[in-house]
Design a protein around this ligand. Structure first.
Ligand code: ARG
Length: 461
């Protein structure tokens, strides 16, 4: 049963119906549509459209439909109705007869779908916020065990200065913490205004207390402009932006680990539980979980750019283009959620090869800055020290030696103030411990960073 048809003399072409119908994907908003319908029944009852008895019969039938939807949401997808709103209305009429035909009084599918999607976004935010926190907890658990383990730090993918493995892990924990904050902010904005009561575009003609209605649905207030409210999809664009930024973070994490796990680096070893084999090459153990995370970033960023282009130059107010908001949003949120969980799983059994990591950290003259600082402590201006050390590094490269393998005599060709105490300065633990500022790689600074984040996570548990 369609919600319209009176002014038509012909039914829809089947090919158009297949093209136009959205139930196959918007069935996912069934619970939200029913929650919104319950609140609307209450609101029009207060406006005198329904008697109290009619309202309670509608509520009871909507509750039955809610229970059915919660029990088997996916079954709704193939019911054949135009969209989730048509499905709910048909089922309601099947249950309570003509009374069901009163529910749509003063409401349009335009404000209805705007509400449903906002309610869906709210729940999606809650679910994702939890998976971000879970990932942060996992990262912290691993970082705690590695706050002293030396790891090569890179810039330009060239060995730069040693850091600790814990410090590297916490860099990602900070990115995910920002993702958490960003999404929390988006959620607050979603909750600030409720579109229901905007009707098709001009506002409902019934005396509804829209602010009370908004509050009953968990919003701070009713939307202030009906034209805007029915065509506003900022929350979809914002959620997709949050998802895209977070997926960019996840893809960087994935790429780092893929490099560190490679045969060329061997700094970490991924667990058998998140890798897969090759059908041809028996020796292979491929980092598929991480490669998929890296690859799926493109899919989510694509959803964001697609949505932005759909919204661009959209005429006021509701247009059917807006139906294109859902599939990509649902897919992007599912993908984001899966990737957050998969990233946490990768960390549950990630092994650090301390020896390989230390060897790499020692190589590449990554203690050269220390020698420059050593000279600075002996009165050499930094820029001059930089040049001196550069020449010493070149000398060491030619001799095939590390800086710490040069003799004091070798060093003194470059600057006479270099003495036997230079070797301690070049030692990696010494170097790590010297980065003892807030945010630095010194173990106790990383431990302090972990504590602060742990407290934030504990406060939200
Ligand atoms: N399926 C539609 C959507 O997702 C629902 C709103 C339809 N409104 C309308 N006037 N045709 O946007």
């Amino acid at each position: 049963m369609a919600l319209w048809g009176g002014r038509f003399t012909q039914g829809p072409d089947q090919r158009f119906k297949d093209f136009n119908d959205s139930l196959k994907f918007d069935y996912r908003m069934a619970v939200e549509d029913l929650e919104g319908s319950k609140a609307w029944a209450q609101a029009i009852c207060q406006a005198g459209v329904l008697s109290a008895e009619e309202c309670s019969r509608l509520q009871a039938a909507l509750d039955e439909l809610l229970a059915e939807a919660q029990d088997n949401l996916a079954a709704i997808a193939s019911a054949g109705d135009e969209d989730i709103h048509s499905y709910v209305e048909r089922r309601l009429i099947e249950k309570v007869g003509d009374l069901g035909k009163k529910l749509h009084t003063g409401r349009s599918r335009n404000d209805q779908v705007a509400l449903d999607l906002k309610l869906w976004c709210r729940k999606a935010c809650e679910v994702i916020l939890k998976s971000i926190s879970d990932l942060e907890r996992e990262l912290i658990a691993v970082a705690k065990g590695h706050s002293e383990d030396i790891f090569p730090g890179y810039t330009h993918l060239q060995r730069a200065q040693p850091v600790t493995f814990g410090h590297w892990i916490m860099a990602y924990a900070q990115m995910f913490e920002r993702d958490y904050q960003r999404l929390s902010n988006a959620l607050e904005l979603i909750k600030s205004s409720c579109p229901l009561g905007s009707a098709a575009l001009a506002g409902t003609a019934y005396k509804i207390d829209r602010d009370a209605l908004a509050k009953s649905l968990g919003f701070a207030a009713a939307s202030p402009n009906s034209l805007d409210a029915v065509s506003d999809r900022d929350h979809v664009m914002e959620l997709l932006s949050c998802a895209s930024i977070s997926m960019v973070h996840l893809s960087r994490l994935a790429e780092d680990l893929i490099i560190y796990n490679s045969g060329e680096a061997r700094f970490v070893e991924l667990s058998d539980t998140v890798t897969s084999g090759s059908s041809l090459m028996p020796q292979k153990k491929n980092p598929d979980a991480l490669e998929l995370i890296r690859g799926k970033c493109g899919r989510v960023v694509g959803a964001l750019s697609g949505m932005l282009v759909t919204m661009k130059a959209l005429p006021m107010a509701y247009d059917k283009d807006l139906q294109e908001d859902k599939e990509r949003l649902f897919d992007a949120v599912d993908t984001w959620h899966d990737c957050l969980q998969m990233a946490a799983l990768v960390f549950t059994d990630l092994r650090l090869n301390r020896h390989e990591a230390l060897l790499a950290a020692k190589g590449g003259y990554s203690n050269a800055t220390e020698l420059a600082d050593y000279l600075v402590a002996r009165g050499v201006p930094f820029r001059e020290a930089h040049g001196i050390v550069g020449r010493a590094v070149l000398f060491a490269i030619e001799k095939g030696k590390a800086l710490e393998d040069l003799s004091v005599d070798d060093f003194q060709q470059f600057n006479p103030s270099i003495g036997g105490d230079v070797y301690e300065a070049l030692e990696l633990h010494h170097l790590i411990n010297k980065r003892d500022v807030k945010g630095g790689t010194a173990p106790h600074q990383v431990q302090a960073e972990i504590k602060v984040l742990e407290q934030k996570l504990a406060a939200r548990a």
